[in-house]
Design a protein around this ligand. Structure first.
Ligand code: ADP
Length: 346
């Protein structure tokens, strides 16, 4: 809601920076890999081999758009799959721009013709849709459409009820980030979390979406992830599993991040575990409170690259990747713990 009102008020800052679409796509696929696997869906992406290495775009906003639309595609699809396709055309009169087309196709429930325009309005979901089954707020596509327009693009949807939908985005005149790829360098490109020694990471957040995001970053890595949906549960799981690092949300009901961190630090069984506080807060007072506790700080939305950079400060690096391939299985052990499954977390 905050995002939407910021956009409506024209207060959203757009930042153009080099974006490596291959890396961003990989991140999106990893985020949703777990969910797709649970639903037995095939999740795939097509990017042409000759696509420019980097484009100048707002990475945070593009990630938000793809996150919403790919998330919906998976949510509203029960069999088949979701495909993300990138195409680009070079306009005749310009060598340093492309017309960028993105399409997200699913084989899901589809959208009735009468609903096709309405779904982009705030708080609108398809008529007759089960709130219990699909949840949601009806805000994702409203935000998606506004962000697309701010970025100079358009979004359309084609759909056949019962067969599936395709959301298509068109961004004309996107600048190619020539020669910038190398300076973007290893920080953003090498987002392989397996360059760290295998670790147990406890993620504490009351919002499932945020837990999914971080769990998605760790999917297909050799790390172990334990998820907790409250501060209290997080403390219990930290005592039981002795994680190598705790990723802690700041704003949570009952026990918030600061209180949870204090309790963890006061308890001799958990006091030595490093904590990274993750928050959407932009209040300097929150950042100061976190600094006072001696915890690291990451702002939402956290990219995989940022997460890796923080983890690198806390966790030892793995042996060479060759040794690792020989010695370690690559499949993750994902222990998802909710209050109901506390006792089966291990
Ligand atoms: P939410 O997903 O939170 O309900 P959105 O604004 O993202 O809100 O989507 C609005 C509505 O559009 C959804 O509730 C659903 O009815 C419809 N919709 C969006 N994406 C799809 C899709 N891929 N397949 C079928 N219906 C969709």
């Amino acid at each position: 809601i905050l995002d939407l009102s910021k956009i409506e008020a024209g207060k959203l800052n757009i930042t153009y920076e080099p974006v490596i679409l291959n890396v961003l796509t990989q991140e999106i696929l990893e985020i949703f890999a777990h969910k797709a696997k649970q639903k037995n869906l095939v999740l795939s992406a097509n990017i042409p081999a000759n696509f420019p290495p980097a484009i100048l775009f707002d990475e945070v906003r593009l990630r938000q758009i793809l996150f919403n639309v790919v998330g919906n595609a998976i949510k509203f699809t029960d069999s088949g799959g979701v495909t993300f396709t990138v195409t680009s055309h070079q306009p005749e009169n310009s060598s340093d721009t492309i017309n960028l087309e993105l399409a997200i196709s699913d084989t899901g429930i589809g959208i009735e013709a009468a609903q096709k325009e309405r779904i982009f309005d705030a708080f609108i979901q398809s008529d007759g849709q089960s709130t219990r089954k699909y949840g949601g707020t009806g805000l994702g596509l409203a935000i998606t459409k506004r962000l697309t327009e701010i970025l100079g693009g358009t979004v359309t949807v084609e759909s056949t009820p019962g067969k599936g939908s395709t959301f298509s985005f068109s961004f004309p005149g996107v600048k190619i980030a020539n020669g910038i790829t190398t300076s973007v360098g290893s920080i953003d490109v090498d987002v392989n979390l397996d360059q760290l020694q295998p670790a147990t990471n406890l993620v504490v957040d009351d919002v499932q979406f945020n837990l999914d995001l971080i769990a998605g970053y760790f999917a297909h890595s050799q790390h172990r992830v334990i998820l907790a949906s409250s501060g209290r549960l997080g403390i219990n799981l930290a005592i039981i599993h002795q994680p190598d690092v705790i990723l802690l949300d700041l704003w949570m009901p009952e026990l918030d991040g600061i209180e949870t961190a204090k309790l963890l630090q006061q308890n001799p069984q958990t006091s030595q575990i490093p904590i990274i506080v993750i928050t959407a807060s932009t209040r300097p007072s929150d950042e100061a409170a976190v600094a006072e506790l001696g915890c690291a700080f990451l702002r939402k939305p956290v990219t995989k690259g940022q997460l890796l950079q923080e983890l690198k400060k806390l966790l030892p690096l793995a042996e060479t990747s060759r040794d690792r391939q020989l010695n370690q299985p690559r499949s993750p052990i994902l222990a998802v713990s909710s209050p109901e499954t506390l006792s089966t977390g291990e």
